[in-house]
Design a protein around this ligand. Structure first.
Ligand SMILES: [Fe+2]
Length: 277
């Protein structure tokens, strides 16, 4: 059995924003502690974007300081709050390689499981910047190993959460391009995303798409209509506990757990045989 933890939306920042700096660092550290306590210990962690809040070099230095304690190798994807060059200056290389066009997208082969990481960042935009050339890269990368169970990772989910101010236009061209790259490629077991700071699941082109909760704060579950031009004072973010996703791969069968991180009280111990049936 192989396990990989997905963390997302870390939003690490600096002392210029002391509230978020303290809160997001504490929450990220809690998630990392919980992941390190898992048995078996995950083979790798994938951090799926919005690694920092503003894409500043000083924020990536903070991130490096916090993640420097990890005993588990951490791979990276970029999100809309990241900036590619400052990110690559700090983290580029083995755990965040770039493709021929300079996008942070790559494949990693674990024992019996492949991870394909995509870049959906268009700097200066909150929405996905996934383009036809990135979709072509994904299709080509998947076709290089059609028989290896594969997880795909990208920051922006192509499915709707129902939280209107976070959702993409379901008819946006990038979603169709991504659907074409995923359709019929049966080695794909799940597409793991972040961005919405909530866990939800849906289908695109017959493939399971699963988002992870943020290590930082979560988006409030409010599905009522919203006027994008007129703020109405509603709560949009909430300090629900931090979380992560654990991918379990066992001989090609892939399952995802959505996990809450924290110091949780044990409830019941195993003291009598389970038996069968
Ligand atoms: Fe985010």
């Amino acid at each position: 059995m192989l396990t990989i933890a997905q963390i997302t939306d870390l939003h690490v920042t600096t002392g210029q924003d002391p509230l978020n700096q303290l809160r997001n660092e504490q929450r990220l550290r809690q998630v990392l502690r919980t992941i390190h306590e898992l048995r078996p210990r995950p083979t790798a962690i994938i951090a799926s974007g919005d690694l920092v809040d503003h894409g500043d070099p000083a924020e990536y230095a903070e991130l490096k300081r916090i993640l420097g304690d990890s005993q588990i190798p951490i791979y990276y994807a970029v999100g809309n709050h990241d900036r590619r060059q400052p990110f690559l200056d700090a983290f580029g290389g083995e755990y965040a390689p770039t493709d021929a066009n300079g996008f942070v997208q790559y494949a990693v082969d674990f024992d019996g499981l492949r991870m394909v990481v995509c870049d959906t960042l268009e700097e200066g935009r909150d929405r996905s910047g996934f383009t036809p050339e990135r979709a072509a890269w994904l299709a080509q990368t998947l076709d290089a190993q059609p028989d290896t169970p594969t997880i795909v990772v990208m920051h922006h989910p192509p499915i709707l959460s129902g939280v209107k101010w976070m959702d993409p236009d379901p008819n946006a061209p990038w979603i169709g391009q991504l659907a074409d790259a995923l359709r019929g490629r049966e080695q794909v077991r799940v597409v793991l995303c972040g961005h919405v700071h909530r866990a939800f699941h849906g289908l695109l082109a017959g493939q399971v798409v699963a988002t992870a909760p943020a290590t930082s704060i979560q988006v409030t579950l409010n599905l009522s209509p919203v006027d994008m031009e007129r703020p109405d004072g509603r709560e949009i973010l909430v300090a629900e506990p931090p979380g992560f996703v654990l991918v379990v791969a066992d001989e090609g069968r892939v399952t995802t757990h959505v996990c809450v991180a924290g110091e949780l009280e044990p409830a019941v111990a195993y003291t009598r045989p389970f038996g069968f049936d």
